[in-house]
Design a protein around this ligand. Structure first.
Ligand SMILES: [Zn+2]
Length: 342
């Protein structure tokens, strides 16, 4: 996909402030970016997650791409009692929510207020050569990739159906994803694909393409879906890395706990949760090329497997049989060696 299609969307979404439970600005921006997409039906569920169905009415969406709209940040305290916050870090009227080690929070890096929440006072978004830098790549880059996918297919005659979800409050323990899983609005044979930014571990690297995540810190993901993602990449010549990304967890784990078939794809992320190797707070960053390839990969999945994940046995069965057939001369040549001595 042309990078200009993606950078327009990245600029709109990454420039939008967000924090756990305060995703209303991002919701508004995504809704306006999808306004002109005639093939997309956009709704909010009872919790405020955004649910989108794209494509013809007579087909059920089988791939449901999901990203979350929040990022670790400072939020106002609720009036009512909530769980013990004695170990939480406070700044003025705010409490910090999200997975950042105390040593980073103790640095007292400046924050910028947005009414009832605050973020690190960092540039919202910069593109420098192939680097996309932002105070919140996680997971606004994932949201931008899915919005770019919808806009692209809406513009380029698409006959297939697919779904998208943009969830709230992932950073405090998959709150939006859990609410969504409880009222899963799609068919039971649909497959949720978490679109995340993640620390590249276990042999993966930035700039080498999106990572098909076979699992996370909590669990492993659906075999058929994982195979289908890899085959879609292979058939469309998109470089795709494959790894267990167990440096963190994603919404696919929450979904799979509710029996929803789930898989994951990640864009390799630098400075995870704004934490640098030097112990300071700074921008997160991803490679623009990795984001482009992620969008290309989602398009390839929809085109290659419009009815959802293929069966692993169907994909691999013939491959294994043909391998046996190719080895037949060796099998024949050694058969007599295994006949029992008389
Ligand atoms: Zn995160």
């Amino acid at each position: 996909m042309d990078s200009s299609e993606i950078t327009i969307v990245l600029e709109s979404i990454l420039n939008t402030p967000t924090a756990p439970f305060h995703e209303y600005h991002v919701i508004g921006v995504i809704e306006s970016l999808l306004e002109s997409c005639h093939s997309a039906r956009v709704e909010r569920d009872s919790f405020g997650n955004l649910i989108v169905i794209v494509g013809p009415d007579n087909k059920d969406p089988k791939w449901i791409f999901g990203s979350h709209m929040d990022h670790p940040g400072f939020v106002e305290l609720p009036d009512s009692e909530c769980e013990d916050l004695s170990r939480s870090k406070f700044r003025d009227k705010f409490v910090f929510l999200g997975g950042v080690p105390d040593s980073y929070l103790d640095e007292n890096f400046p924050i910028k207020e947005f009414g009832r929440f605050a973020m690190w006072d960092l540039p919202p978004m910069q593109i420098i050569e192939d680097d996309v830098r932002s105070r919140a790549c996680d997971d606004l880059v994932g949201c931008s990739a899915i919005v770019s996918l919808i806009r692209h297919l809406d513009n380029n005659e698409n006959d297939e159906s697919f779904g998208a979800v943009f969830t709230r409050s992932e950073e405090v323990g998959f709150i939006g994803a859990t609410k969504l899983a409880e009222e899963w609005p799609f068919k039971s044979d649909s497959c949720f694909v978490s679109i995340e930014t993640s620390v590249p571990v276990n042999g993966t690297a930035m700039g080498e393409g999106p990572i098909c995540r076979v699992g996370d810190r909590i669990t492993i993901f659906d075999r058929d879906a994982t195979e289908s993602i890899l085959i879609a990449g292979e058939n469309h010549e998109i470089p795709v890395q494959r790894a267990l990304l167990d440096g963190g967890a994603c919404e696919a784990s929450a979904m799979s706990a509710f029996g929803i078939r789930s898989a994951g794809i990640s864009v390799p992320l630098g400075n995870y949760h704004n934490c640098t190797k030097d112990g300071t707070i700074d921008f997160e960053y991803v490679k623009l090329k990795d984001v482009e390839r992620l969008v290309d990969l989602m398009i390839a999945m929809i085109k290659e497997f419009p009815n959802g994940p293929a069966h692993y046995s169907d994909i691999k069965h013939n491959k294994f049989i043909s391998r046996v057939n190719s080895m037949e001369p060796f099998i024949e040549n050694t058969t007599t060696l295994f006949s029992k001595a008389k």
